[in-house]
Design a protein around this ligand. Structure first.
Ligand code: ATP
Ligand code: MG
Length: 268
């Protein structure tokens, strides 16, 4: 059982600091692609932060550097004050494609993500995750027997099985139909509230960002950069048809230059 003094320290985990981080890639002809100009971002422990912006503005690049899969050209990144120098189980990852092994059952797909330190508790940990994502009864199913939403739940369980301090989600719901997507948004919020894991969530769906986030990082491209950070002060659960929801959505579209000054009106 977690003692009160322990729970406070658990909650303090998951602070992400991105300090003047840039990334330059080379294209095929040796030219420089400025994927990110120096970016600085602080994410508080347990915060839910979304990244939105046009294709190519560096969202995945930023997430990959936080994951440790990629290194910055300049600048530094930290998790709870420790510099990020490579991948680590404390930073969980989830992508648009669930990337499950087709020849393994749900249970084994989740267990395969377990860090060696936890292998002695394998069964217990895997069972807990299956319950958390609502896949009880499907432990022995193979990926081809799952719906898209169920496959993403399994991927979420695999990303969470090591109790990461931060979960990095790159368009995890992007391939789902609209209804499943809204269901999965609820699931994600439930899991986030249950775990207090810091969430960094990339999405192209502005409504999704407004529905889920504490703050929305709006990015711009060429070069990739942070244009504005928008706090979302609405409580939860949020009503998608509330005027405040609509106002915030409009604000983000304006920052992204998607609102026309003289829109053509509708005649009702
Ligand atoms: N490995 C790579 N080599 C060369 N260029 C790259 C590489 N990865 C990304 N880029 C370039 O860096 C820029 C940012 O790419 P990134 O994938 O981060 O964008 P994104 O915001 O995630 O876009 P999308 O919304 O389409 O996923 C793009 O111009 C892309 O072409
Ligand atoms: Mg991307």
């Amino acid at each position: 059982m977690v003692k009160p003094e322990q729970s406070a320290s658990v909650l303090k985990q998951g602070r992400v600091e991105v300090r003047d981080v840039s990334k330059i890639f080379m294209d095929a002809s040796g030219g420089a692609i400025e994927a990110l100009t120096p970016v600085t971002l602080d994410v508080a422990p347990g915060e839910f932060v979304s990244l939105v912006g046009p294709s190519g503005c560096g969202k995945s690049t930023l997430l990959r550097m936080i994951s440790g899969l990629d290194v910055p050209t300049s600048g530094r990144l930290y998790l709870d004050g420790q510099e990020i120098l490579g991948p680590h189980y404390e930073r969980g990852l989830m992508f648009q494609d669930p990337t499950l092994y087709p020849w393994l059952t749900v249970e084994k797909n989740i267990a395969i993500g377990l860090e060696a330190r936890k292998l002695h508790k394998k069964r217990e940990e895997v069972r807990e995750m299956i319950k958390l994502v609502g896949l009880e009864g499907f432990e022995q199913a193979f990926p081809f027997q799952l719906s898209g939403g169920m496959a993403q739940r399994a991927a979420m369980a695999r990303a969470l099985v090591n109790h990461p301090r931060v979960l990095l989600l790159d368009e995890p719901l992007g391939a789902l139909d609209a209804f499943t997507r809204m269901q999965m948004q609820e699931e994600l919020l439930r899991i986030w509230q249950d775990r207090s894991t810091t969430m960094l969530f990339v999405t192209h769906d502005i409504d999704e960002a407004v529905y889920l986030s504490d703050r929305i990082v709006v990015m711009a491209s060429r070069p990739g950069r942070i244009k504005e950070i928008v706090p979302v002060s609405m409580g939860r659960p949020r009503a998608r048809n509330h005027p405040d929801f609509f106002r915030l959505r409009t604000k983000i579209l304006e920052i992204l230059n998607f609102v026309h000054d003289e829109p053509s009106g509708y005649q009702i």
